[in-house]
Ligand binder design. Structure first.
Ligand code: SF4
Ligand code: SF4
Length: 139
C-alpha cells in the first residue's frame, strides 16, 4: 500500500496540459495496450498497429502527428480510459526509485508534479505504488 504520509494523489495531479503527449521520445505500446485501445475505439488490434503505430527497435510506438503530438491527442487524451501503461504510470516510475533526483528533472517538464515534498518520501511513495502494482499483476 502507498505510504500513509505521502499518497500518490498528493504528489501528482495531472493538469492535462498535454506536454507529455508531444515530443520525440515516443510512447511504447505492447500487445495488451494495443488490444485495449482496439476495443475502446471498436476496431481490430491489427488496425491499431497499422493506423496508429510505428515501429522502433522491433517495438511499437504510438504514432505522432506532424505537430509532434501523439496521434490520440486532441486537447486531451482521447483514449484516456485505456491509455498505454507507460502513460498511466507517469510519474511513478522506477528511475525515480533508482535516482530520486530524477523526480525534480521530470517535474521541470510536468506541471502536475509537486517539488516541495522531501525526495526520500517521494521515493517511499513510489516504491509503495510499484509494489502494489506488482502485487495486482499490472502488466
Ligand atoms: S505533462 Fe504532466 S500535467 Fe501535463 S499532461 Fe502530462 S502528466 Fe499531465
Ligand atoms: S495515449 Fe494519451 S496520454 Fe498517452 S501520449 Fe497519447 S494522448 Fe498522451
Amino acid at each position: 500500500m502507498p505510504s500513509d504520509d505521502v499518497k500518490p494523489e498528493t504528489l501528482f495531479t495531472c493538469t492535462r496540459c498535454g506536454d507529455c503527449c508531444r515530443g520525440y521520445g515516443g510512447t511504447y505500446v505492447d500487445a495488451v495496450d494495443i488490444a485495449a485501445i482496439a476495443a475502446f475505439i471498436r476496431t481490430e488490434p491489427s488496425v491499431v498497429v497499422e493506423r496508429y503505430c510505428r515501429r522502433s527497435g522491433g517495438k511499437h510506438l504510438l504514432a505522432q502527428r506532424e505537430d509532434g503530438y501523439c496521434v490520440f491527442w486532441d486537447e486531451s487524451c482521447t483514449i484516456h480510459p485505456v491509455k498505454p501503461r507507460m502513460c498511466r504510470r507517469w510519474p511513478f516510475i522506477e528511475s525515480v526509485v533508482a535516482e530520486p533526483q530524477n523526480w525534480l528533472i521530470m517535474a521541470g517538464l510536468c506541471p502536475g508534479m509537486r517539488t516541495d515534498i522531501p525526495l526520500p518520501r517521494v521515493r517511499d511513495c513510489i516504491v509503495a505504488v510499484l509494489t502494489a502494482e506488482g502485487q495486482r499483476g499490472m502488466p
